[in-house]
Design a protein around this ligand. Structure first.
Ligand code: ZN
Length: 303
């Protein structure tokens, strides 16, 4: 009888596992959008950061630990983007599937060529991009690399759905290729133009689309704007005739507006995350559409 029960239990467990969806926890909404494109209805998805939240400083809730405890996989940006909040949550979740090096720990920076990697690691000045710039997802070519990485990881974790994941990857990559051609065309007339950012989140985007986004309201990534730094910035904006400032939803828009008033510039709302701007809840491609067209409009306005 005991043997029969144990066999029955094994059969039931196997049956449940065979039909269970992959339980995936994702740190930020851009990565979640890609995971959804690839996983479709084969995965159950939970996103930790809100689209209007600073990805470096996410408000960690106890419910995150519960989600991570039950997860088959965690997807993070990596390159220290989440270093300030994710490691203690993963430790607290006590889920060996998420151990670094396991297929259930998906670090999206793997395979991406990072920009601004410092030659020596130095956190002493408070720079939070100590491992290189972690905001690589806003370049759609990197989004394609990440999509392939996520698809390969899902195939390893759930081999039975490999055909679905590969088909979804192809569909997403093809759609993105068509859009990249369109976005390059939209921004082509503004090649070489300079834009001011708040935080240094845009070097990958700038490089892809031939823009210059190398002046920031923050004196260093993660260090709030100081009056002396802003005065210097205003001087440079006037000298170089820069008239567009991009701001993310989670930064202090008032500071950007003050600089704009002093320089006759336009403040353009942007986001790295689907849902960070109204009307971009549909996902990564919709977000990029909005950012590209918003910038093209601002750059095209005569000052
Ligand atoms: Zn950053």
């Amino acid at each position: 009888m005991k043997n029969f029960l144990s066999i029955l239990l094994t059969v039931l467990t196997v049956a449940t596992t065979a039909h269970a969806k992959l339980n995936v926890v994702v740190t930020t909404p851009d990565l979640a959008s890609i995971a959804k494109e690839i996983g479709g209805d084969r995965i159950e998805l939970a996103t930790l950061a809100r689209p209007t939240e600073d990805p470096h400083f996410v408000d960690a809730k106890p419910s995150f630990i519960v989600k991570l405890n039950r997860a088959d996989a965690v997807i993070e940006g990596g390159a220290e983007l989440e270093i300030g909040w994710l490691p203690p949550l993963i430790d607290g979740a006590r889920n060996t599937k998420l151990d670094s090096g396991k297929p259930g720990h998906i670090a999206c920076n793997e395979g991406v060529q990072l920009l601004e990697v410092p030659s020596t690691l130095d956190r002493s000045k408070g720079d939070i991009h100590a491992a290189g710039n972690p905001h690589f997802m806003i370049d759609p070519v990197n989004a394609k690399i990440v999509a392939r990485h996520i698809a390969d990881s899902f195939c390893k974790l759930d081999p039975k759905s490999t055909d679905d994941y590969q088909a979804n990857l192809k569909k997403f990559s093809d759609a993105l290729d068509a859009k990249i051609a369109e976005w390059l065309k939209t921004l082509a007339p503004f090649k070489g133009q300079q834009i001011v950012g708040y935080h240094n989140s845009w070097p990958y985007f700038a490089e892809r689309f031939g823009l210059k986004i190398d002046l920031f309201l923050e004196p260093k990534p993660g260090i709030p704007p100081s009056p002396s730094h802003l005065a210097e910035l205003i001087g440079k904006m006037k000298a170089n005739k820069i008239h567009v400032i991009m701001v993310d939803a989670y930064v202090n828009r008032k500071t950007a507006e003050t600089v704009a008033q002093n320089t006759d510039a336009i403040v353009v709302d942007v986001s790295q995350f689907p849902g960070g701007l109204k009307g971009t809840e549909g996902g990564y491609i919709q977000l990029l559409d909005r950012v590209v067209n918003g910038l093209a409009k601002a750059l095209g306005e005569k000052k």
